[in-house]
Design a protein around this ligand. Structure first.
Ligand code: ADP
Ligand code: MG
Length: 271
């Protein structure tokens, strides 16, 4: 399914003698929302900086849109929008005026793009409001708007919901979901809390002390975190009929793991 948007091979970055990230292998396909989860200092920002070329690599390789090599990477990085480095926003200007500046910096010729992006991120009604009077949620949405100005195919967002209240978190999540669905954008989004991204990410990479400890899809995650009841018995048949009778479950699935003294009955997530 789909083409690879990003593949890293043993990506490492060392500061002095200490690895900030070590041998990271990440694979992201077109249309995925990839949540990079890890505690503060785990290496999320370093990984994102290495992918976007904001820092040099110590070793390893980055492949973007199926291609690696200096020239292909330069071209690939032009197709990325990012919010890793906070863009210089002018607090005394409106969101629209700030976007106009970013449009010029990004050499985007379509002047009409700004209105659409402001609408898209939910800042369409802030025409006169200066950025200095924005809430944190509005600022995060402005950062997203700036990342979108060059019409990227791949968005890399570093902790876009950090510090937001629950309503702000939902707004950003909805926006990411909509952009992925309606515009087919691919996302790499970091957070130090799994909860914040759990509902929007389609895939997860768990990073700890600079190492990718797990890469897992949403389906695999919910399967692994499903609930089950463990029953130890010396008579499986009798136990099953007892459960059927006392709990009124007519169709009890055969336990997945069974021998004469041990059985596990799994509950599907949400059941
Ligand atoms: N410019 C730098 N110089 C030295 N150490 C750094 C630098 N940037 C990051 N680090 C270190 O690399 C590790 C990973 O940091 P970072 O990528 O910022 O983590 P995260 O974004 O997950 O909080 C931390 O131990 C941090 O102190
Ligand atoms: Mg960080």
């Amino acid at each position: 399914m789909g083409e690879y948007i990003l593949r890293t091979k043993n990506l490492s970055k060392k500061y002095g003698v200490v690895y900030a990230i070590e041998n990271i292998n990440v694979e992201i396909k077109q249309g995925q929302i990839y949540g990079l989860i890890g505690l503060n200092g785990a290496g999320k920002s370093t990984f994102m900086r290495a992918v976007t070329g904001l820092i040099s690599l110590t070793s390893g390789e980055v492949e973007l849109f199926g291609k690696s090599g200096v020239k292909a990477l330069r071209y690939g990085r032009e197709r990325i929008g990012q919010s890793i480095e906070t863009p210089a926003v002018y607090p005394n200007m409106t969101a629209g005026q700030n976007l106009e500046i970013q449009r010029k910096i990004g050499k985007v010729t379509d002047k009409n793009i700004i209105k659409g992006i402001l609408e898209l991120v939910g800042l369409g009604d802030t025409e006169k409001k200066k950025v200095k009077d924005f809430s944190l949620g509005m600022r995060q949405r402005l950062a997203l708007a700036i990342a979108l100005i060059t019409k990227p195919e791949f968005l890399i967002l570093d902790e876009p919901v950090n510090g937001l209240d629950p309503v702000g978190i939902i707004e950003i999540r909805e926006l990411i979901r909509r952009l992925a669905k309606e515009q087919g954008l691919t996302f790499l989004v970091s957070s130090h809390l799994l909860d914040e991204l759990a509902q929007v990410a389609t895939h997860y990479g768990i990073i700890d002390k600079g190492r990718l400890v797990k890469q897992i899809s949403q389906e695999e995650l919910s399967y692994e975190s499903r609930q089950y009841i463990k029953i130890i018995t010396d008579n499986t048949g009798k136990t099953i009929s007892l459960i059927k009778k006392t709990l009124g479950i007519p169709k009890l699935k055969k336990p997945q793991k069974m021998n004469c003294t041990y059985m596990v009955i799994r509950k599907r997530p949400g059941k």
